[in-house]
Design a protein around this ligand. Structure first.
Ligand code: DOR
Ligand code: ZN
Ligand code: ZN
Length: 411
């Protein structure tokens, strides 16, 4: 349900189930306080942290440490995934007891070098996770294909970052999605595809859903907004895994993913890195070692509202994918994603007509704010963020207290 109040629109609190909050261990990039400050300012009432921290969240103890840090400093409510590796399959029931929102496997190489489990280990992980009733999400890129093309492109002297999207080709994503769907079909596990970047991968998800597999999927504002041309304009700043795709893949992501309803969730993949790591002073340096990822918590609501303003997406469809559905997919509904719970409700008030430009990334609240959305213009912005009845941000200013945010209890 959506309320229209004098031009401002009140919607259920926006739920972002994919952020890299970086704490514990990588606080030089971001921490719970700064990530949730950005969330509050951006109109996001619940965030879920990824487990590629230091230490990685691969045990009950590390998960509890991550929760403790969040309880101490978060501005909005939060949760976390636990990672599954070759080393911790036996620990899955104990990790589940510690209360994560769900589990994650990184297929292939990503930021943080969490080694991917083998196919056999993934099947076993699915069987064990099925018993917990929770969902297993994937960084869905086949690392062998990526390593092959990366080595070949380097040897050929091809230009990174321009060729980034080709060294991590669409087939690496599509193949991983299809293989994980086949595994879920075999094991009966509930699975999720994080950050689907291409129409081809969205079509693979659609085929899985048609076969009755419990597979859900997410995409991000950047895959819907940009095409790979952004690599020529902004270089390493726009570098991300999976990469931003060509116009044909992007357009099919809209048609199959959004228009046909295959994509369940919008999330950011908010992934802060320092300007030096992002090589902002040399964005076109042919280095092959600039880091992937950028922030998004304060541009996700504006980007989606801009699509609404363009007539590309109905307001209700945006809210469904950015609040209700993510809460349902990850077992937080109706605690989150709903206005039905009275004075304890989370909600976001947006001005869908406010036109603005992100002139300077330093206007943002993260510790490190590099983003290809710097310089982009939007129609729409969050004007108030309310968590469990308390205003935590107003007109972009964070007014709530660090530590008010609490872990969403899913057990
Ligand atoms: O671009 C990315 N950055 N993709 C990921 O999967 C990880 C993330 C990060 O942690 O920086
Ligand atoms: Zn990922
Ligand atoms: Zn991510």
């Amino acid at each position: 349900r959506v309320f229209d109040a004098d031009g401002a629109v009140l919607v259920p609190g926006i739920v972002d189930c994919h952020i890299h909050n970086r704490e514990p261990g990588l606080e030089y990039k971001e921490d719970w306080e700064s990530a949730t400050r950005a969330a509050a300012a951006g109109g996001v009432t619940t965030v879920v942290g990824m487990p590629n921290t230091d230490p990685v969240i691969d045990s009950p103890e590390n998960l509890e440490l991550k929760f403790e840090r969040g309880e101490a400093s978060a501005h909005v409510d939060f949760q976390s995934y636990a990672v599954v590796t070759s080393e911790n399959l036996e620990l899955i029931p104990d990790i589940d007891e510690a209360g994560p929102l769900g589990f994650k496997v990184f297929l292939g190489s990503t930021v943080g070098d969490v080694p991917p489990p083998s196919d056999g280990e993934i099947l076993e992980a699915m069987e064990r996770i099925r018993e917990t009733g929770k969902r297993l999400g994937f960084h869905e890129e086949n690392g062998e294909i990526i390593d092959h093309y990366t080595e070949r492109f380097k040897a050929e002297g091809r230009n990174e970052p321009i060729d980034h999207s080709h060294s991590r080709p669409v087939i690496a994503e599509r193949e991983a999605v299809e293989r994980m769907i086949t595994f879920a079909e075999e094991t009966g596990a509930k699975i999720h595809m994080f950050h689907v970047s291409s129409g081809s991968a969205a079509e693979a998800v659609a085929r899985g859903k048609d076969r009755g597999v419990d597979v859900t999927a997410e995409t991000t504002p950047h895959y819907l907004w940009f095409t790979e041309d952004v690599m020529r304009e902004k270089g390493n700043v726009a570098r991300v895994q999976p990469p931003i795709r060509d116009a044909e893949e992007r357009d099919r992501l809209w048609e199959v993913g959004i228009d046909d309803g295959v994509i369940d969730c919008i999330a950011t993949d908010h992934a802060p890195h320092t300007p030096a790591e992002k090589k902002v002073d040399d964005p076109f340096g042919n280095t092959w070692d600039a880091i992937s990822g950028f922030v998004g918590l304060e541009t996700e609501v504006p980007a989606m509202l801009s699509f609404v303003d363009d007539g590309r997406l109905a307001l209700e469809e945006w809210v469904r994918r950015h609040s209700t559905r993510p809460a349902q997919v990850w077992g937080m509904y109706p605690q989150k994603g709903s206005l039905q719970i009275g004075t304890d409700a989370d909600f976001t008030i947006v001005d869908p007509n406010l036109e603005w430009t992100l002139e300077d990334r330093r206007e943002l609240h993260s510790k490190n704010c590099v983003t290809p959305f710097e310089g982009e213009s939007f129609t729409g912005k969050a004007v108030a963020t309310v968590v469990r009845g308390q205003i935590v941000a107003e007109d972009g200013d964070v007014v709530g207290d660090s530590g008010y945010g609490t872990r969403v209890d899913v057990d």
